[in-house]
Design a protein around this ligand. Structure first.
Ligand code: C5P
Length: 231
């Protein structure tokens, strides 16, 4: 089974504080987007790539970068104000014959080809969506965000932190995006749209090195992972 990957890279990356779109921030001397695109090129289960860019960004330099990352024929499109609207835009740009879609955050540059292939292979009969995740190790507190007062401790048993890529049948992803309009409380991932629609969603064991770059310290941590052994 092969899939089309949608790489969502339209976020502003305000929390990273570099003043440029997060996907173009450099890790080991190359944009985050390039790291992720290369991993998808090396994955055997992926045969097309759609990259969703911030509105108004000149796609020409990105095409050159993608060309040298193994994607001379990637589709580029403009994203929207929320992640959900960016995924919708990417979905519209997927080739018509793509039956399986893997949605990945460009903010996870160290995703491995092995994890991509393992996730695509895990979309087996009986499941509508699958993604990697990790059991949460920290103790969890619900906190009042204005006073930072602890409201209660959340039982962490059975709680997983979810990663990308998230993999779906095309029909399922089209259906949930058409049914659930992006709003102010837009979903922060696509599994949650399938959950809301009553679909069967499964997690597989993720990789600790598949970190999400959100804050400057995440970038520093990813630099160290890149420089050393990720496994
Ligand atoms: O904002 P956050 O870090 O959760 O974003 C996750 C991913 O979604 C990032 O790769 C980001 O570029 C993408 N995104 C997007 N369009 C938006 C917001 C986020 O493509 N409007």
């Amino acid at each position: 089974m092969t899939a089309t990957a949608i790489l969502v890279a339209a976020g502003a990356g305000e929390r990273l504080g570099t003043g440029r779109p997060k996907a173009l921030v450099e890790l080991g001397g190359e944009p985050l987007l390039v790291h992720a695109a290369r991993a998808f090129s090396a994955a055997e289960s992926i045969d097309h790539l759609v990259v969703v860019l911030p509105g108004g960004m000149d796609p020409a330099p990105v095409s050159v970068l993608l060309d040298s990352s193994g994607w001379p024929d990637a589709e580029l499109c403009e994203g929207g104000p929320t992640r959900q609207s960016s995924v919708s835009a990417g979905l519209s740009a997927c080739p018509r014959d793509s039956r399986v879609i893997a949605v990945h955050d460009a903010a996870r540059p160290l995703v491995s080809p092995r994890l991509i292939d393992r996730t695509v292979a895990s979309l087996t009969a009986g499941w509508d969506a699958v993604a990697p995740g990790l059991v949460v190790a920290d103790t969890l507190k619900l906190v009042d965000s204005t006073r930072q007062a602890v409201l209660r401790t959340v039982d962490r048993r059975g709680v997983w932190a979810v990663q990308t890529p998230q993999v779906f049948g095309r029909v399922t992803l089209d259906r949930v995006h058409a049914r659930i309009a992006p709003s102010a409380d837009a979903a922060t991932d696509d599994l949650s749209l399938v959950e809301r629609a009553g679909g069967r969603v499964r997690l597989i064991e993720g990789e600790r090195s598949n970190v999400k770059i959100t804050f400057p310290t995440d970038l520093a941590f990813a630099e160290r992972l890149l420089a050393g052994d990720r496994s």
